[in-house]
Unconditional design. Structure first.
Length: 66
């Protein structure tokens, strides 16, 4: 059985190498997470902003990479 989210072979490139939301809000970033659907980069749940989770809630994109 394979995961439906990985049914296609595709290479996702990160949109940025930093959490843009943290940069705009002048927040520290603990670690980054990249969305494997669109390449959005957001900060992890240990960061104040939790922007990767916010991206998931808004977009519904279910898989990320640390």
């Amino acid at each position: 059985m394979t995961c439906e989210h990985f049914s296609e072979e595709k290479k996702i490139e990160p949109q940025r190498l930093e959490c843009e939301e943290c940069k705009k809000e002048h927040l520290p970033t603990v670690a980054l997470r990249m969305c494997l659907t669109c390449g959005h980069v957001g900060c992890c749940d240990s960061s104040i902003g939790q922007h990767a989770t916010e991206h998931f809630k808004k977009s519904g994109h279910p898989v990320m990479q640390a």
